[in-house]
Design a protein around this ligand. Structure first.
Ligand code: NAD
Length: 270
């Protein structure tokens, strides 16, 4: 197999969680373009089905709640019935705190006031969701002789949030990045290493993909703050992770497991 052929995903079945989100859609498009049959899974099954119609290959869209064990088992059963196998799992679903009222956001997001319910919700989706999908779907991959799991973390799993990033052009702190997001993403990186070591002998490779921030209609001052702290001088585009996800999913990365592939424009290098 030559190098270019090693990226080919024809004949592979890939499940992407959080598939209709900003980056999840691009993971689906990238994997499908590389030849995989993609199962787009997210809370809104209708939106997943619509996304699937736009993908090449035998794409399927299914409702999934990663925090609900029965929902993940149901997804596994449907995928096995339809395709007979699972080769690639992208654990991409996550929550990132939103404070609905901008006037109160700075106060509510302070660590001193940060609600326990939000902390627990982040742990549920971002950590327990990855655990459940890996256990239910990854176990099937391990039993069938191998595959590739890609756990999506973040630069904030590696370095602390720089809270000055969230100061607007008048110097006002608009909100604080919470403790929950970095704590959960750090856990994902650590869990990845655990599972890579555990399933190495079963042929299941497990790696983390750590993206940097994606430009998505944020205020100009935020985009500028972010760009100034990034060696490549810009925020990411949602498509900037397509190459990385195909690399990790495919035989191109066949000797790679337990690693954290950081794609962040250099954010964490200084
Ligand atoms: N956007 C960024 O700047 C950025 C930066 C670094 C890392 N990331 C990570 O990349 C991944 C995708 O981020 P995004 O920006 O596309 O986020 P997004 O909010 O656009 O999409 C996340 C998706 O996850 C789904 N989801 C939430 N809870 C779920 C549940 N219980 N079960 C199933 N699906 C659920 C949501 O419905 C949503 O479609 C996340 O893991 C995120 O932490 C994003």
């Amino acid at each position: 197999m030559n190098t270019v052929e090693s990226f080919d995903l024809n004949g592979k079945v890939a499940i992407v969680t959080g598939a209709v989100g900003l980056i999840g859609q691009e993971h689906c498009r990238a994997l499908a373009a590389a030849g995989a049959d993609v199962v787009a899974a997210d809370l809104d099954g209708a939106a997943c089905a619509e996304l699937a119609t736009s993908l090449p290959g035998k794409a399927l869209g299914l409702a999934l709640n990663v925090t609900d064990y029965a929902s993940v088992e149901n997804l596994r059963d449907q995928v096995i019935e339809q395709f007979g196998r699972i080769d690639i799992l992208v654990n991409n679903a996550a929550v990132n705190d939103m404070f609905e009222n901008p006037a109160l956001a700075a106060e509510q997001s302070q660590f001193e006031h940060y609600p326990l319910t939000m902390w627990q919700r982040s742990l549920d989706v971002n950590v327990t969701g990855v655990f459940i999908c890996s256990q239910v779907l990854g176990s099937r991959m391990a039993a069938d002789g191998g595959g590739s799991i890609i756990n999506v973390a973040s630069t904030y799993g590696i370095v602390a949030p720089d809270q000055s990033l969230y100061k607007n052009d008048r110097g006002e702190q608009t909100f604080y990045k919470s403790a929950a997001y970095p704590a959960t993403k750090g856990a994902v990186i650590s869990f990845t290493r655990f599972l890579a070591a555990y399933w190495g002998g079963k042929g299941v490779r497990v790696n983390t993909l750590s993206p940097g921030g994606v430009e998505n209609q944020q205020d100009d001052w935020f985009v500028q703050n972010y760009a100034e702290r990034t060696p490549l001088g810009r925020m990411a585009k949602a498509t900037d992770y397509q190459g990385a996800v195909v690399f990790l999913a495919s035989d191109a990365s066949s000797y790679m497991t337990g690693a954290n592939l950081v794609v962040d424009g250099g954010w964490t290098c200084w």
